[in-house]
Ligand binder design. Structure first.
Ligand SMILES: [Zn+2]
Length: 108
């Protein structure tokens, strides 16, 4: 499985599309098709039917939809959206900002 440079709980900035420039937290990563779900990005309104048998009234629910990882950039704490490289630290492969060399550990 190809490892993505974007991980869950990363802060990313959207590079293209209607949400260009928005930053958000990565909610989910889908390695199979290299897409990520980013909080408050590419939100689609879904009509919620009241016919589902639940007691909730019908209405509009907002939900994020996945965006291609190539359309987002990891946000470096020093320089903002940045390209990511890797370095070997002990036996760990860690992500580093290509601009300033800041390591960007995966948040749990
Ligand atoms: Zn940086």
């Amino acid at each position: 499985m190809p490892s993505l440079t974007i991980h869950r709980n990363d802060t990313v900035q959207v590079l293209t599309g209607a949400d260009r420039g928005k930053q958000g937290r990565v909610l989910r990563v889908f390695p199979d098709n290299a897409t990520v779900l980013v909080e408050h990005v590419r939100v689609v309104k879904k009509t919620v039917s009241s016919k589902t048998g639940r007691r909730t009234k019908g209405g509009i629910a907002e939900q994020e939809s996945p965006i291609d990882v190539s359309n987002v950039a990891l946000v470096c704490p020093n320089c903002g959206p940045a390209r990511v490289g890797f370095k070997i630290d002990g036996d760990m492969r860690v992500r580093v900002c290509k601009k300033c060399g800041q390591t960007m550990p995966t948040k749990k």
